[in-house]
Design a protein around this ligand. Structure first.
Ligand SMILES: Nc1ncnc2c1ncn2[C@@H]1O[C@H](COP(=O)(O)OP(=O)(O)OP(=O)(O)O)[C@@H](O)[C@H]1O
Ligand SMILES: [Mg+2]
Length: 461
């Protein structure tokens, strides 16, 4: 976590010059040491530099034998920056004062005479705690979004911030929304967030995966059917549209809806009423439509596979989710969040990622996007034996990738080219290792089968 370049600041407050010198000498290599001989000087430096850690001698002038000035400083500093870790240095009969200081919010205490090595350990623990707390605050900040604003969608990159803005803008209205993005980018999450932030939140959110249901059944799944409308229709069954009355209907993989049904869907969107299969009655339904697609709808329209009029009905607002690989810091942010989640779930003490693992996470192309990251981290938390997750815990090194050597990568040109090459290599080796079984290969790569097929097509495999 140490940055190496900028040293963390520590403020040493002591009225005895020798002690100040000794500590400066002992700590100067690791930290940027600030020195103060009395309370006034200490507070001035404290306000200006905001050190993360302070060692504070309680016996400060004007009354070196008393503790008033020391306690005054302690109180003032914690008032200014409550997260500061203050180590109180106490004199001979220091115990009572030490306890009082800790009760007031001091991080720890240390009795004089100072043993540099011991004090160093306390200080380094204090800094370490500072780092952890800072990281927690950062996560908390995003986790607030989890339950509040963004309903569990994590993202700090500009593109995701833009997505959040759009969600907030459209949630309260009834306009239809089309969410597009590669597999695993969080389309369903976005749809649910919109619903949860809408006035319909107490009514049902009904999802139907148009790509997963055979064409013959899809119509009845959507609109329901009357008893006896076809062989096997023994009872009247309501469709998803009716179930979503007053709520939100999520049409997943809308690009997969066959042509004939596209017409029926369009009619429903225009009239806001349906007829069950085999029925005559018009039943009016009040639903808000959110649709998702991971195919390029404009291309599907050009090729005549998707009706333009339907697209314009549904895609009043378009939300495009960026692929994970283009979300910058979000990759590590999400990786850390999932790490925390799964180490909690599995009750494992994992501290974080090794620098190499972080590099892999940032450089990998994530064809399965957030879902793939989530799966890989879950696996890693299960597999890891030490405190740090290494690349092979994430399944990176264990795949027999012919990692191109650096000169080869340089030859490839752009970062994107290098990523593509790596992606292709990984796919090939996964297929090879799984003996040509695509489903299994998709599994090891953490992507869905359709995604793998798409990727194979993209790479001409
Ligand atoms: N920004 C995010 N923050 C936190 N979790 C996320 C985020 N995006 C996606 N996820 C998680 O990743 C997984 C996949 O998300 P989701 O199912 O919404 O993706 P999708 O785009 O609908 O995928 P598919 O196209 O495969 O259906 C879920 O477990 C979801 O909770
Ligand atoms: Mg989905």
């Amino acid at each position: 976590m140490e940055q190496g370049v900028t040293l963390h600041k520590i403020l040493i407050v002591d009225d005895i010059e020798d002690i100040r010198k000794q500590l400066k000498w002992g700590l100067g290599k690791e930290y940027a040491v600030l020195l103060a001989a009395d309370g006034t000087e200490a507070l001035a430096l404290f306000k200006r530099h905001q050190p993360l850690v302070v060692t504070l001698d309680l016996g400060l002038p004007p009354d070196e034998e008393g503790t008033d000035e020391g306690f005054r400083c302690l109180k003032e500093m914690l008032h200014i920056a409550p997260a500061t870790k203050i180590v109180v240095i106490t004199g001979n009969d220091g115990r009572a004062n030490a306890l009082k200081a800790v009760q007031m919010g001091a991080y720890d205490y240390y009795p004089k005479p100072v043993n540099l090595d011991e004090l160093k350990v306390i200080i380094s623990r204090a800094f370490h705690l500072q780092m952890i707390e800072a990281e927690n605050r950062r996560l908390q900040h995003t986790v607030v979004d989890r339950t509040g604003e963004n309903n569990g969608i994590i993202g700090q990159c500009p593109a995701m911030q833009q997505v959040f803005t759009t969600i907030r803008k459209v949630a309260q209205s009834d306009v239809s929304v089309m969410v597009s993005g590669e597999s695993g980018t969080g389309k369903e999450l976005v749809a649910r967030a919109i619903h949860d932030m809408s006035l319909r939140k107490h009514a049902p959110f009904i999802a139907i995966n148009c790509g997963a249901i055979p064409e013959t059944l899809l119509e009845s799944e959507l609109f329901g059917h009357e008893k006896g409308s076809f062989t096997g229709a023994h009872v009247r069954v309501l469709g998803k549209v009716e179930y979503a009355h007053k709520g939100t209907l999520f049409l997943d993989e809308i690009g997969e809806i066959p042509g004939a049904l596209q017409v029926k869907l369009l009619r429903f969107l225009q009239e806001r009423s349906i007829q069950r299969v085999g029925g005559r009655e018009d039943i009016s339904v009040d639903v808000r439509i959110i649709a998702a697609t991971n195919i390029d709808i404009s291309k599907a329209m050009e090729e005549g596979r998707f009706r333009e009029d339907l697209f314009y009905r549904i895609g009043v607002v378009n939300i495009e989710l960026p692929p994970l690989r283009s979300r910058g810091e979000d990759m590590l942010l999400l990786a850390n969040l999932f790490l925390r989640k799964f180490s909690g779930d599995f009750n494992k003490k994992v501290r974080g990622y090794s620098p190499e693992a972080e590099e892999y996470i940032s450089a990998y192309s994530w064809p399965g996007n957030v879902r793939e990251l989530e799966n890989k981290v879950q696996r890693a938390v299960l597999m890891v034996s030490g405190q740090l997750i290494e690349p092979d815990d994430l399944g990176f090194a264990s795949m027999p990738v012919n990692t191109p050597s650096l000169p080869e990568i340089m030859d490839l040109g752009t970062l994107k080219d290098a990523r593509d090459a790596l992606e292709r290599d990984m796919i090939l080796s996964a297929i090879r290792t799984q003996g040509g079984n695509i489903a299994k290969a998709a599994d090891t790569l953490g992507v869905s089968r359709p995604t793998l097929y798409d990727l194979m097509k993209k790479h001409g495999i």
